[in-house]
Design a protein around this ligand. Structure first.
Ligand code: BG6
Length: 469
């Protein structure tokens, strides 16, 4: 058979989490308060203080990873454990990640480390507005350098910043937005600061750890035009440039995307990179592009005279009540009548996943890693079991399309479903679950936090063993 009937031998079957969503112990062993911790209690679903208590239960959790057969595990390092006040190193925080990394290596699981996952120190937010200021670049590079020096002997795969593009698209949800600042000015200022930070950290990693691989991570969606009207197709291209290509063109090609540059100029937004900064963007050479894929999106023509609308998430996080984003002159989002939806109204689109691979690979010609993909759903514990056939269906359809994409000629090196175990959702607490491992707690009652293997755990275990679907 001339087409792939197995995945490549060194394919990294993984699973992912992020520090603030899984560790708990938010103020233990000298840890500082992150912007995520500072939001605790802002709604009844958000509380980082215990989450899955992975900080104290990592041995049990890594044992489960081993049983699942993971080749790799994606974790993030909490900046506030390593630099609680942004400036002073905390050995106890370093010790914690040493314990985790040693345990992973002992179990033959390759760590993939996200350096930044939505959780910078609140004190840096207070001091200069977090990512809205270029001051954060030195603080971030210092933190990254410490990660490379302390953990680089065991970590050979690194991600710089998780979903820079979504941080700027949803400033209030995950970005550390500053009230009173124009949202477009904030958006592109943060984009530029993060892109320079990305470039410096990638170059530093290449210098300090020449055998390691490092890349940026974007939240990606296939974008469809609402109709075959040429205006809608143009809107779809605009959305791609605006949401994905802008940061990736800078990092991979060292140039500012012209469409977005024009958009900024037309709005008189003076946050364009200086010549010196553009020079820094040359020769960054990420080793791969990582992307997170949950759903696709639809673009519709949006005339210049419309008033801009930002999406509002209600507490349930459902899109049903959410106004779609609008960027006059570029595009507005619309819904897709052809797709099924999750419990949270996220479109389920496995073919869009294949399209995402093709689009990213065509443009950047770099190996691709999927660092998140999965289904957030209400799960029910029945006895000791969770029958999450809906999650199996979602993942199965997506993995089949990933295999098709490899057959289409795309170089794909890793796949990390979100999430290894149930984690605190970014806006929906513990009722929206993604894990292969059920963590027994609710938003109101943390119970004993016992772990249960869901049906999807046994299903994924078989795929990894067969290296095939
Ligand atoms: C990704 C984030 O954007 O989406 C994760 O990197 C997040 O941190 C995931 O958990 C799913 O989003 P949510 O809101 O359902 O938790």
């Amino acid at each position: 058979h001339k087409y792939l009937n197995k995945f490549p031998d060194d394919f990294l079957w993984g699973a992912a989490t992020a520090a603030f969503q899984v560790e708990g112990a938010y103020d233990v062993d000298g840890k500082g308060i992150s912007i995520q911790d500072a939001k605790n209690g802002s709604n009844k679903f958000h509380d980082t203080s215990v989450t899955a208590d992975h900080y104290h239960r990592y041995q049990e959790d890594i044992k489960l990873m081993k049983e699942l057969g993971l080749k790799s595990y994606r974790l993030s390092i909490a900046w506030t454990r390593i630099y609680p006040d942004g400036k002073t190193k905390n050995q106890k925080g370093i010790d914690f990640y040493n314990r985790i990394l040693d345990e992973l290596i002992k179990n033959d699981i390759k760590p993939l480390v996200t350096i930044y996952h939505f959780d910078h120190p609140q004190c840096l937010q207070d001091a200069y507005g977090g990512w809205y200021s270029r001051e954060i670049i030195d603080d971030f590079v210092r933190f990254a350098r410490t990660c490379f020096e302390e953990f680089g002997d065991r970590v050979h795969y690194w991600l710089t910043i998780c979903e820079q593009n979504n941080v700027v698209l949803y400033p209030k949800l995950i970005g550390g937005f500053l009230d009173g600042v124009d949202s477009e000015k904030w958006r592109f200022e943060v984009h530029h600061v993060m892109t320079i930070a990305n470039a410096r950290v990638i170059k530093l990693c290449h210098k300090l750890l020449p055998d390691s691989k490092i890349g940026p991570c974007v939240g990606y969606s296939a974008i469809y035009p609402k109709t075959c009207k040429p205006e809608d197709m143009l809107a779809a291209l605009n959305q791609e440039d605006f949401r994905f290509n802008y940061p990736l063109d800078l990092l991979c090609f060292g140039r500012q995307n012209k469409l977005v540059k024009r958009y900024l100029e037309e709005r008189g937004i003076d946050v364009v990179l200086s010549d010196e900064e553009l020079l820094e963007m040359q020769g960054v050479n990420p080793d791969f592009i990582a992307f997170n894929y949950y759903q696709s999106a639809v673009a519709e023509f949006c005339p210049l005279q419309e008033e801009e609308k930002q999406p509002e998430f209600n507490l349930e996080g459902k899109k049903g009540n959410m106004s779609f984003s609008q960027f006059p002159g570029l595009y507005q989002e619309a819904s897709n009548p052809y797709l099924e939806r999750s419990d949270w109204d996220w479109e389920i689109d496995p073919i869009g996943f294949r399209i995402a691979f093709r689009k990213l690979y065509d443009r950047y010609q770099l190996p691709l890693m999927v660092t998140e993909n999965g289904l957030g759903a209400y799960d029910t514990l029945e006895g000791n079991e969770v029958h999450d056939q809906y999650r199996i269906d979602y993942l199965e359809k997506h993995i089949l399309q990933m295999k098709e994409a490899i057959n289409d000629g795309v170089e794909i090196i890793a796949y990390y479903p979100w999430s290894f175990m149930d984690v605190l959702s970014t806006s929906n607490g513990y009722s929206k679950r993604y894990g292969f491992v059920y963590v027994d707690r609710s938003d109101e009652d943390i119970k004993e936090l016992k772990r249960y293997k869901k049906d999807s755990f046994y299903w994924y275990q078989k795929i990894i063993t067969a290296n095939n679907i």
